[in-house]
Design a protein around this ligand. Structure first.
Ligand code: ZN
Length: 448
C-alpha cells in the first residue's frame, strides 16, 4: 500500500482517537480504511459517504481520500469528451445543455421537440444527463436514464440526429464496508452507510450461527463485500453478498460466495465448510422492527432459560415467526399455558415449539410440511403470557435443550475437488478482510 494512503488512514485514526467521540466514530474509520485498501488493490469500491446523523467530521475527508485517481474509477466510463450535469429546479433544456457545454441550436430544437426525448424535457430535478460534444460544442451524443430504467440516447448518425430508447445496461461493482457494534447491528450498519437489504442479508447469512436478537455484544465486528448494481454510473440497487465476516463474542465467522457445480449460489467458510445450518439460531426474522424489541439485546438470558426451558423473544404482536428448520407440523392449536402453539418435528430426534402466537400462518396445520425460514405464525400473548412475546423451545428426544448453545447439524462441505479453486478465489478477499480487521483492533487499544 502506498505510503500516502497509509498516512491518510493513520491521520484519520489519530483524529478520531483524540476526540471524546472517538469510539462512536470507530465504524467510520474502519470503513474508510477498508475501502481504501480495496480500491488500491484494483477492486472498485463505491458508496462511501454515510448518510446518518452520527457525529462524523470525516465525511468530507472520506470523499477527499476517495477522489484520488487510483481509488475511483467511473463505472461504465463515458470517455474524455463526456460531461455530466444534474437537472436543477427551474432548468430549461436550453440552460441544461448550455451547462454541459453544448452550443448547437439544431440539437437543442431536436431535444425539445422529439417525442422520444419526452422523459428528458420533463426536466425532473436531480436526474443526471451525460453529454458528449466535439470541440466546437456540437452535440455528439447525449445519455439520460428515464424514471423506468430505460436509457434514452440522442446521437448524430451520418449527420442526422436520432433518439433511441432501450433498457439501460447494468454493471455490477463491489463495495466493502466494515462496522463495529456499539448499540445494534442496524446502528453499526447505518454508521457506515450499509443498505438495509445488505444488513438483513448479512444477518441471514449467519443466521445458523448467530441469533442476532440475543447474541450480539458491544465490540462485535463485521466486514461485508457486496454487489452494487449501477446504471450509467448511478447505484440502482444491491445484489448478493460476495463475502462477509462476523466476529461475535470473540469468535470469527466467515462466508464466501461460491457457485456450486449445479449452478446454485452457496456460501462457505474459509476452509470450505457450508455456512448453511440445519437449524436457524433464531425463530425471529431479523429486521429493523425486531432488532429494537428483543428482551435481551445485550444481556445473556441463560439464567432464565433454566427456569422455563425455552427462550423468550419480546416483539410486537403480529411479528412473523419462522420455522427454524425443515420439518412437519405436529401440532398447530391451543395447548394450556402455551396458548396458540406450533410444534414442528424435524429429521433426527429434533423438534421445535413456538408458543403464545396471536394466530397461525395460512395453511399451517397438522401434517403440513414446512421449509426452514417459512412463516408459521405471528407473535401474540395467548396462554400464560404477560405481554406479546414468542416462547421458543428446542428439543432433542423431546427434552428441551438450550438452542442458544447447543451444537447444531450442518449442511455438507465443499467437494474436495473444488477446494483448490475455491481457496484461490477467496484468497485476495481474505487478505482484504484481514487488513480491515487490523485497524480497529489497533485503534481500540490506543483509545483505551
Ligand atoms: Zn417463555
Amino acid at each position: 500500500m502506498p505510503d500516502a494512503a497509509k498516512r491518510r488512514i493513520l491521520a484519520q485514526r489519530r483524529t478520531s482517537a483524540a476526540s471524546p467521540a472517538g469510539r462512536a466514530r470507530l465504524a467510520h474509520v474502519v470503513a474508510i480504511a477498508a475501502i481504501a485498501v480495496l480500491a488500491l488493490s484494483g477492486v472498485a469500491a463505491f458508496g462511501i459517504a454515510p448518510d446518518t446523523a452520527v457525529d462524523i467530521p470525516p465525511v468530507r475527508t472520506v470523499e477527499r481520500s476517495l477522489a484520488a485517481p487510483e481509488m475511483l474509477t467511473v463505472p461504465d466510463d463515458p470517455g474524455p469528451f463526456w460531461r455530466e450535469e444534474r437537472i436543477r429546479r427551474g432548468d430549461t433544456i436550453g440552460s441544461l445543455l448550455a451547462r454541459t457545454g453544448v452550443d448547437d441550436p439544431a440539437a437543442l430544437a431536436f431535444v425539445r421537440t422529439n417525442p422520444e426525448a419526452r422523459p428528458l424535457y420533463q426536466l425532473m430535478p436531480g436526474r443526471a444527463v451525460q453529454v458528449a460534444t466535439d470541440s466546437q460544442g456540437s452535440l455528439v451524443a447525449l445519455r439520460f436514464r428515464t424514471a423506468d430504467g430505460d436509457r434514452l440516447t440522442v446521437a448524430r448518425e451520418s449527420g442526422a440526429l436520432v433518439a433511441m430508447r432501450a433498457p439501460a445496461p447494468e454493471t455490477v461493482r463491489l463495495a466493502l464496508k466494515s462496522g463495529e457494534i456499539t448499540t445494534s447491528l442496524f446502528g453499526a450498519a447505518d454508521a457506515v452507510g450499509l443498505p438495509d437489504a445488505v444488513t438483513i442479508a448479512l444477518a441471514e447469512l449467519f443466521a445458523g450461527d448467530i441469533d442476532f436478537l440475543q447474541d450480539l455484544r458491544f465490540g462485535d465486528r463485521f466486514t461485508v463485500l457486496y454487489e452494487v448494481r449501477y446504471v450509467d454510473g448511478e447505484p440502482v440497487g444491491v445484489g448478493r453478498i460476495v463475502a462477509a465476516e462476523f466476529e461475535n463474542r470473540g469468535e470469527r465467522l466467515s462466508a464466501f460466495l461460491w457457485r456450486d457445480a449445479d449452478g446454485q449460489d452457496a456460501w462457505y467458510t474459509e476452509d470450505g465448510r457450508s455456512t448453511r445450518r440445519a437449524f436457524l439460531r433464531s425463530p425471529m426474522e431479523f429486521s429493523r422492527m425486531t432488532s429494537g424489541f428483543s428482551l435481551a439485546r445485550f444481556h445473556p438470558i441463560l439464567q432464565t432459560w433454566r427456569a422455563h426451558r425455552g427462550v423468550d423473544y419480546g416483539a410486537p404482536s403480529g411479528t412473523p415467526v419462522r420455522a427454524t428448520a425443515d420439518g412437519v407440523v405436529e401440532l398447530a392449536g391451543v395447548k394450556g399455558g402455551y396458548g396458540n402453539v406450533v410444534v414442528l418435528r424435524h429429521t433426527g430426534a429434533y423438534s421445535t415449539l413456538y408458543a403464545h402466537l396471536s394466530r397461525f400462518a395460512a395453511g399451517v396445520r397438522g401434517g403440513k410440511r414446512v421449509r426452514q425460514g417459512d412463516t408459521i405464525g405471528y407473535v401474540g400473548a395467548t396462554g400464560w403470557a404477560t405481554g406479546p412475546h414468542l416462547h421458543y423451545e428446542f428439543r432433542v428426544n423431546d427434552v428441551p435443550r438450550n438452542p442458544l448453545t447447543i451444537a447444531l447439524p450442518t449442511a455438507g462441505p465443499l467437494p474436495q475437488e473444488t477446494r483448490a479453486a475455491f481457496s484461490a478465489h477467496i484468497a485476495p478477499i481474505a487478505r482484504q478482510f484481514a487488513f480491515a480487521r487490523e485497524l480497529p483492533v489497533a485503534r481500540f487499544a490506543s483509545a483505551d
